[in-house]
Design a protein around this ligand. Structure first.
Ligand SMILES: Cc1cc2nc3c(=O)[nH]c(=O)nc-3n(C[C@H](O)[C@H](O)[C@H](O)COP(=O)(O)OP(=O)(O)OC[C@H]3O[C@@H](n4cnc5c(N)ncnc54)[C@H](O)[C@@H]3O)c2cc1C
Length: 381
């Protein structure tokens, strides 16, 4: 698989599998197992895993293009995929001593979906500071935790879980563990009935004295925080921006179709032909969408060739993307008028889905706090 074939596969499965089901899954908050199966069959679940484990060994450029392509059709599936790729990257960079090869092989073979279970009820969006603490005895580690939102909850085959290290002394001295579906004590703690991204099963989960064997400890004790920042954050922020881009592109396309096809019969013109204000609104949407695409390209370049400004770009991309997605889909709601409001078209789903990015951690507000501190030369934590 190369960049072109990966993106073509994503486009193909978006058209074949995602498009026919997206509206109904959104309505029913139904998780698309068919989409996960199709992603696996297309070889996309192991997109960034190294060739030695059967993965495609592709980089952030292809990952972002696949995510944005999926999000154009169904942002819920794109978010499921994004969380999986972040989890897979964390598993792939596990410490010596962790036994992860079988899981990586299953992911590469397209048979294993993973996800991140970081956010906790106690520390909310401050995912870098779990309040749960692992306890260690002769059998291994035991974790009791309340995870507030877990994408693919109950659907994923494994969960990358954070908890404070047994002997950790500070609030960020966390460790990451791999916990398999079906582990005793691991359960979905409630339904997922969100405003947007309704079809990604982002339900709360509870860990009640879950036993984790030593070989499933992904990071050294206390090294979870570095893995979150160095492995997860760049990919998650890039992927979130790509989800936002897909949503924006779909909003522009949906609005353009509406402005070309909806007509004032008494004037004999389409909305777009008739109203300069609507042409100005779609122009602004297009400018913002292309601006976001350029920002994502710039971030990819910074990830491919790391330099002093890379961390800042990682932080900026997600903060900016969250706002752009909300602005573009809000403009689409207005430009498409009552037709969008009455749910005749998919614009209102895009509008709802667009609002998740800014509140998913690191939230837009937290990112601004970090960016401000970075610009002023202050420590981020
Ligand atoms: C659809 C969806 C899917 C999710 N999937 C996952 C997942 O798979 N795994 C996972 O671990 N988590 C997941 N989350 C959780 C997510 O990452 C956040 O932790 C969660 O949305 C935070 O919500 P909260 O109510 O706890 O926010 P709060 O922490 O209560 O924040 C409330 C407000 O305060 C602001 N705020 C907080 N701290 C600061 C600060 N220091 N400076 C300025 N403003 C601040 C926030 O920006 C926000 O506006 C998901 C969330 C959603 C909505």
């Amino acid at each position: 698989m190369n960049h072109e074939t990966a993106v073509a596969s994503a486009r193909d499965l978006a058209d074949r599998v995602l498009a026919p089901a997206a509206r109904q899954n959104d309505k029913e908050a139904g998780f698309s197992s068919e989409a996960v199966t199709a992603l696996g069959s297309a070889g996309l679940l192991g997109i960034m895993l190294p060739a030695e484990t059967g993965g495609a060994g592709l980089g952030p450029r292809t990952f972002a293009a696949v995510v944005s392509t999926l999000a154009e059709t169904d942002a819920s599936v794109a978010m499921v995929y994004l969380m999986h790729v972040c989890a897979a990257a964390t598993i792939a960079t596990a410490r010596n001593g962790a036994v992860v090869a079988p899981t990586l092989k299953e992911i590469s073979a397209g048979r294993h979906l993973s996800t991140l279970a970081f956010s906790e009820t106690g520390s909310r969006s401050h995912f870098w500071a779990p309040v749960s603490r692992a306890r260690r005895n002769a059998a291994g580690v035991h974790i009791t935790a309340k995870k507030s939102f877990v994408t693919s909850a109950g659907q994923a085959h494994s969960y990358v879980v954070s908890a404070l290290a047994p002997e950790g002394s500070g609030p960020t001295d966390s460790t990451l563990y791999l916990i398999a579906r079906g582990t005793s004590g691991l359960s979905v703690a409630g339904p997922w009935d969100g405003l947007g991204l309704r079809a990604n099963a982002s339900a709360p989960m509870t860990l009640e004295d879950c036993t984790v064997a030593p070989e499933s400890q992904l990071t050294e004790d206390g090294a979870g925080f570095q893995a979150m920042l160095q492995v997860v954050l760049p990919l998650f922020n890039l992927g979130s921006a790509a989800v936002a881009l897909g949503i924006c592109r779909a909003a522009v396309a949906g609005t353009a179709t509406h402005l070309k096809t909806a007509r004032f019969e008494h004037i004999g013109q389409s909305l777009g032909e008739s109203l300069p204000t609507l042409r100005a609104q779609i122009a602004t949407m297009q400018i913002d969408t292309d601006g976001l695409a350029a920002r994502i390209d710039d971030l990819i370049d910074h990830l491919e060739r790391p330099r002093d400004t890379t961390v800042l770009r990682v932080l900026e991309a997600k903060a900016a993307a969250g706002e752009v997605a909300i602005a573009v889909t809000s403009a689409a709601m207005r430009a498409c008028g009552g037709a969008a409001f009455a749910k005749h078209m998919n614009i209102e789903r895009l509008f709802r889905d667009a609002h998740a990015g800014a509140v998913m951690a690191p939230t837009g507000d937290v990112l601004r706090e970090f960016i401000g501190k970075a610009v002023l030369g202050m420590p981020l934590f």
